[in-house]
Design a protein around this ligand. Structure first.
Ligand code: CU
Length: 322
């Protein structure tokens, strides 16, 4: 019985609130799931409450004990774990967890609402006109594109503009303070490139993504086509939302990823019996087959949890819907 004390210790360390219900016969704690709204249909008051809480993160101390702010913790963790969480099976569950930790931090800043999403499928024909880019009720618009020199494409409007004093610390995992940078893809019709690569996240592309019947097929298609195109469409190579590992620098990252999470949720809901716990593909670092009991690292921002705990949004630890 030598192993017993260590097993007990492990059990005590395990946060019971993160455990998935083991049986559908157990009473569920999630009776009133929180509803994550579409940014475009939120009220002005809801939008400003969200933006105020985001700005508040820049005033709070790091949870990681680092000499930067809580806002930068999310950037830092995403940047340093980048290889482990992209183009692997854990892409969707890891980002689902990351969003919940962000939401928790917003609540510590007094926010009482829930995460909201940017439905870029609906805006794919003219993404630059999306309400998320509104200069007064949104996240501001494009950066200054008069120069192609890194660090000059500052967002000029809205609550995160250069003139507001909003400053970011990291570029990838290096300390390189800068204004919020955006470089919208203007589009080149003669080369069949649409504005902000919108034709990569159109309703017809999403129909193809949704037609994938395996988790692995769905996740890869969603990650590599619509998800990647939105990042590049907003940021390109010199913008924060681009393919940079520090992309959570742009506060829009979290509305983008809430939409990614919502699309996964909708795919799961299309066949809940088969898909709620559907998982597969390969894991970092050896690209061996992934499983629901794989632990996902969170770099100290939250406990490392298993993939399984992030599969069912109706479980008590998540308890939300779209
Ligand atoms: Cu990511």
């Amino acid at each position: 019985m030598k192993f017993l004390p260590s097993l007990l210790a492990l059990g005590a360390m395990f946060d019971a609130s993160l455990a998935a219900p083991s049986s559908s016969l157990e009473p569920r704690a999630c009776t009133t799931p929180k509803v994550r709204k579409n940014w475009a249909s939120a009220t002005t008051a809801e939008k400003s409450a969200y933006i105020n809480a985001v700005k508040c993160l820049t005033t709070k101390p790091s949870k990681l004990g680092k000499s930067h702010k809580l806002y930068d913790d999310f950037v830092w963790v995403h940047a340093t774990l980048f290889q482990q969480i992209h183009n692997v099976a854990a892409f969707l569950p890891w980002h689902r967890y990351f969003l919940t930790l962000y939401e928790t931090s917003l609540r510590q800043c007094g926010y009482t609402g829930n995460m909201m999403y940017w439905d870029w499928v609906a805006d794919s024909a003219k993404p630059s006109k999306a309400k998320v880019f509104d200069p007064t009720t949104g996240f501001g618009g494009n950066g200054n594109t008069t120069s192609t020199v890194w660090g000059t494409n500052c967002v000029l409007t809205g609550p995160f503009s250069k003139s507001s004093g909003f400053t970011l610390r990291y570029w990838n995992d290096e300390v390189r303070p800068h204004c919020l940078l955006r470089v919208f893809e203007p589009g080149y019709p003669e080369y069949n490139i649409t504005e902000m690569y919108g034709d990569n996240y159109s309703p017809s592309v999403m129909a193809q993504v949704n037609a994938e019947t395996t988790f692995d097929g769905f996740s890869n298609y969603l990650e590599n086509v619509p998800h990647a195109a939105v990042h590049s469409g907003v940021g390109n190579l010199n913008g924060d939302m681009g393919p940079q590992s520090s992309s959570p620098n742009d506060p829009l990252f979290f509305l983008h990823h809430t939409q990614v999470d919502r699309l996964w949720y909708l795919w799961q809901r299309a066949n809940p019996g088969a898909r709620t716990f559907a998982y597969g593909g390969y894991k970092w670092p050896d690209y061996t087959p992934a499983g629901l009991d794989d632990l996902m690292p969170m770099g100290g921002l939250g406990a490392n949890v298993t993939v399984r705990t992030m599969m069912d949004v109706n479980a008590s630890n998540l308890c939300y819907k779209y």
